[in-house]
Design a binder for this molecule. Sequence first.
Ligand code: AMP
Ligand code: ZN
Length: 439
Amino acid sequence: MGVKQITGYIWDEAERLPRNEMRKLQLERLQSCLTRVAKSVPFYRDKLANAGITPGDLGSIDDLARLPFTYKSDLRDNYPFGLFAKPASELVRLHASSGTTGKPTVVGYTQNDIELWSNLVARALAAAGVTSEDVVQNAYGYGLFTGGLGIHYGAEKIGATIVPVSGGNTQRQIMLIQDLSSTVLCCTPSYALVIAEALASEGIHPATLPLKVGIFGAEPWSEEIRHQIQDRLGIPALNIYGLSEVIGPGVAMECPQQVGMHIFEDHFIPEIIDPDTGESLPDGQVGELVFSCVTKEALPLIRYRTRDRTRLIREECACGRTMVRMDRILGRTDDMLIIRGVNVFPSQIETVLLRSAETEPQYQILVDRGDNHLDYLTVVVEAPQSTVGDSDRRGQLQTDLAQELNSALGISCAVRLVGPQEIQRSDGKAIRVIDNRII
Ligand code: AMP
Ligand code: ZN
């Protein structure tokens, strides 16, 4: 299917600051942020004192590498408000990031933080061409998760009409797109595929819908998934990135060039480091993304270790923005599976599966430990009923995929084809890995 064309625009002039001015602005903001946290957050006062650093010691933004890191465990150890730089009376909002175990990570915002966040999401939406004429159907979850309310305030800032539908109830999503003439769809990429499947099964051709662009994020997705979504919905699928600890959605956003996400680095200074040694890595190399949130009032984290793996791209972008780009998230330092001693990233598996024209972009990765203490990797993937129902065809495809995965990953694995809709769908972040090992 043809993909509609969009024209983005630049929300504020900071997006095209020359590099030397950006570095100067970042240094000023970093110094003033350090002064603030050294005064109001005992955790940072002690850390900076132990490292023997005072804010005036920083002569250039490259000195950032001398500062200590902040980890998710620091937020957990100081749960819920220990790293906040403002008293409760100045907070106007709390959100929380879902943890798989134990307590969530709580993040807070002052009125100025909410204003900043709204402007940054407006920047992101503007990059996708969203204007006051648009109707934004927001199918990110509302609640403690930052996705829903983050997009909401940004869309209102632009003056667009927001439809705060939240995730789930796919039939209703489709009805609202049609009846309210939604032009922009915001949700996770996996939920965009769920909507696309429902359209197909109801016989609704996407070209008959008013949608003109999709803004998808909150979970990793590959270039292959992008093509699937664009093909099935007929709209450009742009990537938006963010995390609660930094602010929420609106940390980085792709422009219509689709060559990586521009990081809003006047507020969130990015670095890429080697996750094992903590050393800074040069531009272009893949490592762990680290952010210093230099303008936030309530939770100004310094050198926060995101655990997300990517690389920075400095080359000029045709859109005119000077802000550095980050590649799509290539995995997390903590979602790396170690199977029989081999490092395996779910994204590698996804890339192989989606190269096959016969499988659907719905899969799950199962890891089990046998009685012999060896690990077994099984990849379950959906295929059309015509393939699954034909035992010869199914057997052949399973063998072919297992071989391709074997050569891509360097370990053997089993592939199990299942029929359409057999893998559970999610209206938020998809669950791709089920690790049954008890380690
Ligand atoms: P949360 O703080 O619960 O919103 O989760 C933030 C995490 O979601 C990030 O650290 C990433 O791992 C993931 N994430 C958010 N946006 C994206 C995106 N566009 N691509 C890949 N992963 C993403
Ligand atoms: Zn660009």
